[in-house]
Write a protein that binds this ligand. Structure first.
Ligand SMILES: Nc1ncnc2c1ncn2[C@@H]1O[C@H](COP(=O)(O)OP(=O)(O)O)[C@@H](O)[C@H]1O
Ligand SMILES: [Mg+2]
Length: 488
């Protein structure tokens, strides 16, 4: 089986990851500055060289160097030589992506295609609000009024509020307060830039699974610096990508090499404060994408950053040094040490805190599904540039991308809405009717609704109405009784 050399032991023996087993997932752990991102870069480069496309969230921008030639007289070259390896500078095909469309090709989808469940996670809704959201989606499907942007969702929610009785009768109970809670969370998502995710042309995950003319896998880098300030958006966006992979890829079982390998750098952002249903969904998808030929590697500081159910599925481990300042940290370090398959020749508990930068304890999954005995290695340095490329180089690469024309086309808002509606109607086998062209779309008109949604509006109406009805009823009874008794 084809393998990737990860590092070299003190005896000069390489420790390698079998490429065909990359779908058994992996974990790169270590304190800040211990060389995790370098290890990620080494793996990403080697997957690319083996013809496997890669996706990585580039949180600090330092992975962009993969697109530029390494320096034959730089520090990584010297490190390679010290390990007894030749250093052949290289660069790899990179596609840059950015939700905000500034540092890469935009990734967009429609509210309708994202679906009620993931959007509810993105908005941080509770179960009741999620129920209201599901109704909004059903209603818009039933009325062939598909939702492209968050504004479209707002309109549907407004309609639900205005025709609340019909909506409740038809789809089940929806309270005004759930609807306005969703409206408020939409505002919060927009404040984080989440509205940029919705629009045309639609993103196709298969475009992340390309190889270049030389047969090398394209390294897809998601510019994620702003996403750090919006962890929930980051987490649900990645959840959505995994869901897309799961939806679009056929069942594949174990392949000679994976179709795509995902790296989540700074994975603590993904799970920090993440609500339980979100964690459960991520856990489930990580388990399921394996048989679709997708490998997932989490990169983070301590094993405590990753939920146990996810940890249990990560076959290969690259354990950089950990630092212990508190008793709790010491316990978690011991747990991390004990999670590695013991090797009589390696004193894991001592090494785990003593290793230097670029050193790691490595245990890889083997063909029988069992992790190898742990080895202490020095990681082989990346062959491309370490550290970011310039903005100029980046824009040149983005504009030269074969996908540039497909995704860059900035559609006018009316045109996007028009194209989307026709596409949805055609895709769902419904006659799109006469083509009346794009209709004028007034952004911002919804705003007059949002702040005025009064949570108590509905009950107040009833509060007035019911007593009035009572007065009328008892009044008539008294009047009728008096008339009968002949008092009047
Ligand atoms: N094997 C190594 N030897 C020496 N320095 C290294 C090695 N690997 C990485 N570095 C350097 O150490 C610093 C931190 O590495 P990085 O991979 O960003 O760490 P982390 O992601 O764990 O915070 C970087 O400046 C990097 O160039
Ligand atoms: Mg890092």
């Amino acid at each position: 089986m084809e393998t990737i050399d990860i590092g070299i032991t003190a005896n000069g023996a390489p420790v390698s990851l079998p490429i065909g087993l990359a779908n058994r997932h992996g974990l790169i752990l270590g304190a800040t500055g211990t060389g995790k991102t370098s290890s990620l870069q080494r793996l990403a480069e080697q997957f690319s060289a083996a013809g496997v496309p890669v996706f990585a969230a580039d949180v600090k921008g330092d992975l962009s160097g993969i697109a530029a030639m390494g320096d034959a007289s730089g520090a990584p070259a010297a490190r390679a030589h010290a390990l007894g390896r030749s250093f052949v500078p290289a660069r790899y095909p990179v596609a840059f992506w950015d939700i905000f469309g500034q540092h890469g090709l935009p990734i967009r989808t429609s509210v309708q295609a994202m679906g009620a469940q993931i959007l509810s996670r993105m908005l941080g809704l509770n179960t009741t609000q999620e129920g209201a959201m599901a109704i909004a989606f059903r209603k818009s499907e039933d009325e062939h009024d598909y939702m492209l942007t968050l504004n479209d969702l707002r309109w549907t929610l407004n309609d639900m509020l205005e025709e609340r009785e019909e909506t409740c009768a038809r789809y089940g109970n929806v309270t005004a307060s759930s609807i306005s809670a969703i409206q408020r969370n939409i505002l919060a998502l927009e404040a984080q830039g989440g509205d940029r995710l919705f629009g045309e042309p639609p993103f196709d995950i298969l475009d992340m699974m390309r190889t270049d003319d030389a047969g090398r896998g394209v390294v897809n880098l998601l510019h994620a610096d702003k996403l750090m300030e919006a962890p929930k958006l980051y987490a649900t966006f990645l959840l959505w990508l995994l869901t897309e992979l799961f939806r679009k890829l056929p069942e594949a079982g174990d392949l000679p090499k994976p179709k795509l390998v995902f790296f989540f750098d700074e994975a603590h952002l993904l799970f920090n404060d993440a609500p339980k249903p979100l964690v459960q969904q991520i856990e489930r998808l990580v388990r399921l994408v394996r048989s679709k030929g997708v490998g997932v590697f989490f990169v983070t500081q301590t094993p405590a950053d990753v939920p146990d159910a996810v940890l249990a599925q990560l076959g290969s481990r690259v354990q950089h040094a950990l630092r212990a300042y508190t008793p709790a940290a010491q316990r978690s370090i011991r747990a991390a040490a004990d999670a590695l398959r013991p090797n009589p020749g390696v004193d894991v508990r001592t090494e785990i805190t003593a290793m230097g930068i670029g050193e790691a304890l490595v245990s890889v999954i083997e063909s029988d599904g069992v992790p190898s005995k742990v080895e202490k290695v020095k990681i082989i340095p990346p062959a491309a540039q370490v550290g970011p490329i310039s903005d100029m180089e980046r824009s040149t690469l983005i504009e030269g991308s074969p996908l540039y024309r497909k995704y860059r086309a900035d559609l006018e808002e009316e045109m996007a809405a028009y194209k989307f509606r026709r596409r949805m109607k055609e895709e769902r086998g419904i006659d799109p009717g006469p083509d009346t062209g794009p209709v004028h779309y007034e952004p911002g008109i919804y705003l007059k609704y949002v702040p005025t949604i009064d949570i108590g509006a509905d009950p107040v109406k009833r509060k007035l109405f019911v007593p009035l009805l009572r007065i009328f009823f008892w009044g008539s009874v008294a009047f009728g009784g008096a008339a009968l008794a002949g008092w009047l």
